[in-house]
Design a protein around this ligand. Structure first.
Ligand code: 5GP
Length: 231
């Protein structure tokens, strides 16, 4: 079975319907045009993702998470992945500034859900339901992913707020299992979410790397500490 290697993770299939998801220390931004390595990032993202998947499972969300298999490795269910990213936003930041006449940091009157087609050579373009259907994803499937994404947002937004962190926005990916169920997959980490310190507004996520806002590992460690209470 083929090993899949992405920019920040490796997926190593096992022969029992499971896979190992290995988190790399590599970081990329702007469709791979900016690159670096941070020792310990793989460990942090694996542990943070594991915590968040466990929390979501406890709250009734079906995820691909099975267990932790080592410092930077998770065991996950193997899925047929949808080639789309589902982004949920609570606060104006990032690419939303190019779409709405609202200032960075403005809280949205309701969460916004967006779909993107996952393709670096096209620059991960934003798509709508029509595009998704042409890509072979049914209206029912799209609506289910959007509903799950909004539920995930409700759970995580509250959970982080209780820990002094604003969940600004995040990206989710989904796949289908053998039973044709839609399952939350990929990772949920500071690589894929924007987290702002509620008091200082400081980024505790990949924007630290994207926009040279200081030390990435310290920011990720701070997030881990707030999440787990562990140093
Ligand atoms: P934006 O569209 O503002 O760049 O991103 C919105 C949110 O989705 C951010 O939290 C960002 O980290 C996440 N996101 C969007 N696309 C990607 C992607 O291709 N890779 C990763 N790691 N995160 C993404």
């Amino acid at each position: 079975m083929e090993i899949y290697e992405g920019k920040a993770k490796k997926i190593i299939p096992l022969d029992d319907g499971k896979a190992v998801m290995e988190f790399k220390d590599d970081t990329t931004a702007f469709d791979g045009r900016k690159k670096a390595q941070f020792r310990g990032k793989g460990w942090l993202n694996a542990q943070i993702s594991a915590r968040l998947f466990k929390l979501l499972e406890e709250r009734g969300i079906k995820t691909h998470f099975i267990g932790v298999a080592g410092e930077d490795r998770l065991i996950v269910e193997r899925l047929r992945m949808y080639p789309i990213e589902v982004v949920v936003r609570n606060v104006v930041a990032g690419s939303l500034k190019k779409r709405l006449p609202l200032e960075e940091g403005t809280e949205l009157s309701e969460p916004i859900v967006e779909l993107y087609y996952k393709d670096d050579s096209l620059g991960d373009p934003m798509i709508n339901h029509y595009h998704a259907r042409v890509l072979g994803i049914s209206e029912e499937e799209i609506r289910e992913m959007e509903l799950i994404a909004l539920k995930v947002n409700e759970i995580l937004r509250k959970y982080f707020a209780e820990r002094g962190i604003i969940l600004v926005d995040f990206k989710l990916e989904f796949g289908k299992n053998e039973r044709d169920e839609i399952i939350l997959a990929d990772e949920i980490s500071p690589d894929t979410c924007r987290f702002w310190d509620a008091k200082t507004g400081k980024s505790l996520d990949k924007d630290v790397f994207r926009f040279d806002r200081g030390d990435l590992i310290s920011a990720y460690e701070e997030l881990y500490k707030r999440l787990t209470g562990e140093a």
